[in-house]
Design a protein around this ligand. Structure first.
Ligand code: DQA
Length: 139
């Protein structure tokens, strides 16, 4: 199995960014833990603060990988382009969010990705990513 975690803007600051909302673990530490725990499968990672780079990566992996775990962060709520990219590919996408976006501001309640995603996992902290990985293992 070949999965990829794609993280959008500001998620490179995990650990230092609003730790009360997003936790105190850094992205590097978290990925190390997850890769060790699921060492039998290939889990790639890509992070970008740039919308077009996220779209290009989705296109690049979207016809060969078994699953994409996508936290588009703020672009979730704004990007028609990322939503369209998810619709254009054949690899299933699970949308994840660390925080419970529905318990936050109204502008975080809408997702351009969700209508084209296989499913959505929201609000379980970094465990959201792990639940998404598990969703692909049980296939
Ligand atoms: C987020 C939620 C988004 O609303 C926010 O813009 C983020 C992170 C999350 O994982 O909780 O940057 O995607």
């Amino acid at each position: 199995k070949k999965l990829i975690i794609i993280n959008g803007p500001n998620l490179n600051l995990l650990g230092t960014r609003e730790p009360d909302v997003y936790g105190s673990l850094t992205l590097v530490d978290f990925l190390e833990t997850i890769k060790a725990k699921y060492s039998k499968i290939k889990i790639d990672h890509f992070q970008s603060n740039i919308e077009g780079e996220l779209i290009s990566k989705i296109q690049e992996v979207g016809f060969s990988y078994d699953g994409i775990i996508l936290n588009a962060a703020a672009y979730t709520h704004t990007s028609v382009g990322i939503g369209d990219a998810v619709r254009a590919i054949t690899t299933p996408v699970v949308e994840v969010h660390i925080s419970n976006t529905f318990a936050r501001e109204d502008f975080r309640h809408h997702s351009f990705i969700a209508p084209n995603a296989k499913g959505v996992i929201v609000g379980f902290g970094l465990q959201s990513y792990e639940l998404a990985i598990q969703s692909f293992l049980n296939e």
